[in-house]
Design a protein around this ligand. Sequence first.
Ligand SMILES: [Zn+2]
Length: 432
Amino acid sequence: MSIPDLELMPLSEQHQFQNQKLSELLSYVQSNSPHYKELFRKEKISADKIKGVDDLKHLPFTQKEDLQLHNDNFFCVGKSTIIDYVTTSGTLGEPIIIGLTENDLKRLEYNEYLSLVCANGSADDIYQIITTLDRRFMAGLAYYMGVRRMGAGVIRVGSGIPELQWDTIRKVKPTALITVPSFMLPMIRFAKQHDIDVNASGIKKAICIGEPIRNPDFSYSTLAEKIRSEWNVELYSTYASTEMQTAFTECSQFNGGHHHPELLVLEVLDENGNQVGNGEPGEVVITTLGVEGVPLIRYKTGDICHYFSDPCKCGRQTVRLGPVIGRKKQMIKYKGTTLYPQAFFDILGRFDDISNYVVVASTNATGTDEIKILAASKKTDLEFEKELIDHIKAKLRVAPKLEFTANEIIEMLQNKNSLGRKVARFIDERKG
Ligand SMILES: [Zn+2]
């Protein structure tokens, strides 16, 4: 499996390639996208004035709300040309429908092929797909097509049922899992209860989606540490979304997910809309390349990631993204420090006595952000409280308020703030 030449070239040469693709995209949306046609007319933008990626800053952003409110206007082709319909997971508001043409499906297949090769995949591998293949999801289908293109084997087990997962591992002997990483914990529990040696299972790696398995410095997250303490598998991190129809997957250097410049123009922007430097965090903003159905220009994902532009030891010179450290809307400014709820989740997850928790952000009387943690815990004495606060102080340099309470109260708050499939661990009560 070889790396495409473009990914081995310096960034300046990658940009030259992208400049051509970008001008094709702009003339395509100017002719075919009701949304961008109208936007360009209103803002007096002429597509041929944008000569390349350096001129992107002259184009307005596309917001998630634009897609939610005017979903149909983003479709560039008629229904007869759309093959596959998927939706976003809808963690923030109404899910968005994305339609893929035959060429979009081929592009998606190529994207996942590149990702799996990047994550040390080969034709000799057998992938057990635990990710859902139906329920309007894009990821499972993308993985299936990528594995096929690589010439590797695939078993579509789908989500849940540890017994079926282990039965399949025993009978088929796959080498890799494609899964939400937290599902590996019930798999480990099941294995223990049934005398299955996870380390003799033949599983060498897991392609992890949906949850962070690394901290911004690339050390393992609490979840990844829990998995690795029992199961000696390589964990590959993936950052992807339905809107971008593209994945950023780690290589065997485990230092961020690689960008594939043939599929996407990537910007990582600070609060003033300027590209951040190497190693700095910013909001991920993407422009799709080669998408026919629902192409997007300067789409603000709302995800905050660290940006890395130094060449990788794997040979690829493409830029990389670190784990998602938070959603832009969830950013907390606390006593001069910028924080995201995920940082608290990672620390709270380390304490086995804590069975459930929520992080609540509110606005105090002086108009600044306030943080309170509500936790259900086996230990609730002052000593434990101090240990917890000291740990948070050491890691994050802030001391939030902490209150131990009954699990029922926390569950009630989580249900009230439910985000569809995901458990609400962050509750935002801030004004404005
Ligand atoms: Zn690499």
